[in-house]
Design a protein around this ligand. Structure first.
Ligand SMILES: Nc1ncnc2c1ncn2[C@@H]1O[C@H](COP(=O)(O)OP(=O)(O)O)[C@@H](O)[C@H]1O
Ligand SMILES: [Mg+2]
Length: 481
């Protein structure tokens, strides 16, 4: 039914009306329908009962007058009978009675007219003869004057019959009065209903309109709006829920702006750090590499000037030593910039080499265990894990005062996990991570977050430090694809 074309057409028109019009339409429609229904019912019931009463009264009257006429006919002539009929008609149509007699007349046994109260009223449809009978007979006639209840009485002594017609005008009058009353009552109810429905829709739509306004404001990006709670009902609850929503939107917006700020300041600091790193490399190139190359130039000039082969050989050995040293320096520099072994041999090999170096340099014992590791992981995961572990180990060397550290590198079904622990002095991870100074820890966090991974730091002063890192494999592949 809801899909039918007619319903859709209907709803296209009705649905587009405002709530006020809908409520008004329903209320007024119901009142008018109710009024019509009551009116029709009342008219029918009234007609029925009033007609039955009039009929009973008519029969009584016919019996009484019939008796009088029967007696009069035995003693007197037709004029007397006419006088009796006229007198009685006047009497029973008078003020003291609720009947209105249209006509009275008497016929003989052949059906011929003997006497009548009002000859004008005896139209053909009235005079039409009745069938033989012994009881009073009732008919409903329509005459030129209006509807009439016609009663026929047999006259037992004189033969013939007596007829009386009672007008139904009174019934129509009463029904008309009642109908007018019902109609005016309905109109009054329509007026009252109109006012009530108007008030109701005002109560309903006022908070809705203010909610609508507020929603539009929120859509423009202003989350500070709050709507008043008009009443303690469902709409009030809706307003409350709306306010809670804007409050949490505002809160989320504040947090987002804060994160954005942190991120921006992090990026600034990263750029500064990169610039510092370049300065350091430039200085290193200038201070040591170009120094070595300069001394190489000097050595070469001396070699040129050398006259005997023995001196030349000694100079050559010196030059060879300098070239060797320079080569080492360039190697070290290149290694710091990016360990080529990570690209060539993969994460585990690169870490092993780095850890070997680290142990001899800092005298810290490092246990390195790796499990289920695939030959190669996506390159961005390898780089991230390498840098994060490098920073973690550097922190241990610089801050932890530890003797031992351990690294567990483990590949799982859908992720890679790293646990990096030391037995050093520990620190308050909560306060340090969010302070502006800890570039290393924040850098780890950012790198891991870029791959949708997570980093958890567990540390207490005096308890050592554990870093847990987990990076998903599937998602990383999706984002890199
Ligand atoms: N393994 C660790 N043991 C003890 N303290 C640590 C450790 N790692 C980090 N910290 C503390 O956290 C701080 C922030 O570290 P980090 O962000 O790497 O900055 P930085 O190393 O430049 O000081 C360090 O200054 C140190 O106090
Ligand atoms: Mg650090």
């Amino acid at each position: 039914m809801w899909e039918s074309r007619w319903f859709q057409r209907f709803w296209g028109i009705v649905g587009a009306a405002s709530v006020r019009v809908k409520v008004l339409g329903i209320v007024l429609g119901v009142i008018v329908l109710l009024g019509l229904f009551v009116m029709v019912q009342m008219r029918q019931a009234l007609y029925g009962t009033l007609e039955a009463a009039l009929q009973a009264q008519g029969i009584d009257l016919a019996q009484f007058v019939g008796g009088r006429v029967d007696d009069a006919r035995l003693c007197c002539d037709a004029d007397m009978v006419t006088d009796v009929l006229e007198g009685l008609q006047e009497h029973y149509s008078g003020n003291g009675h609720n009947t209105l007699v249209d006509y009275m007349f008497v016929t003989d046994e052949n059906g011929d007219l003997i006497a009548a109260s009002d000859a004008d009223a005896l139209t053909p449809e009235v005079i039409r003869p009745t069938v033989p009978f012994s009881e009073p007979q009732v008919r409903h006639l329509k005459t030129a004057q209006g509807d009439v209840i016609d009663i026929t009485m047999p006259l037992p002594q004189s033969g013939g019959e007596f007829r009386i017609g009672l007008a139904e005008d009174n019934i129509e009058q009463i029904v008309l009065v009642v109908t007018t009353q019902i109609i005016s009552l309905t109109l009054v109810m329509v007026a009252v209903g109109f006012v009530a429905a108007f008030f109701l829709t005002w109560i309903l739509t006022r908070p809705l309109l203010s909610l609508l306004d507020a929603t539009r404001t929120v859509a423009k990006g202003d989350f500070s709006v709050q709507v008043p709670r008009w009443a303690n009902d469902e709409i009030g609850d809706l307003s409350e829920a709306f306010n809670a929503m804007t409050r949490s939107l505002a809160q989320a917006e504040r947090e987002r702006a804060e994160r954005e700020n942190l991120r921006a300041s992090y990026i600034r600091r990263v750029i500064t750090a990169q610039e510092d790193e370049r300065k350091r490399i430039a200085r290193e190139l200038h201070d040591s590499t170009s120094q070595s190359l300069t001394s190489l130039l000097v050595g070469l000039r001396h070699l040129e000037e050398a006259s005997d082969p023995a001196t030349a050989k000694a100079r050559l050995a010196e030059i060879r030593k300098t070239v060797n040293g320079t080569l080492d320096e360039v190697h070290a520099l290149a290694w710091q910039l990016r360990p080529s072994v990570l690209d060539d041999l993969g994460l585990a090999a690169a870490l092993q080499r780095y850890i070997g170096d680290y142990q001899t340099r800092y005298a810290i014992q490092v246990d390195f265990v790796f499990r289920n590791l695939a030959e190669r992981l996506p390159i961005e995961i390898e780089t991230t894990l390498y840098r994060v572990i490098q920073e973690g180990l550097t922190n241990i060397a610089r801050h932890a005062q530890a003797q031992n550290a351990s690294i567990l590198l483990e590949q799982r079904a859908a992720s890679v996990r790293v646990i990096l622990e030391d037995n050093g002095v520990g620190f308050d991870a909560e306060t340090v991570t969010y302070s502006q100074k800890s570039l290393g820890l924040q850098g780890m966090r950012e790198r891991v977050a870029l791959l949708n991974g997570k980093l958890v730091i567990e540390s207490q002063p005096g308890q050592g430090t554990s870093l847990f890192i987990e990076i998903p494999l599937t998602e990383a592949k999706e984002t890199s694809a």
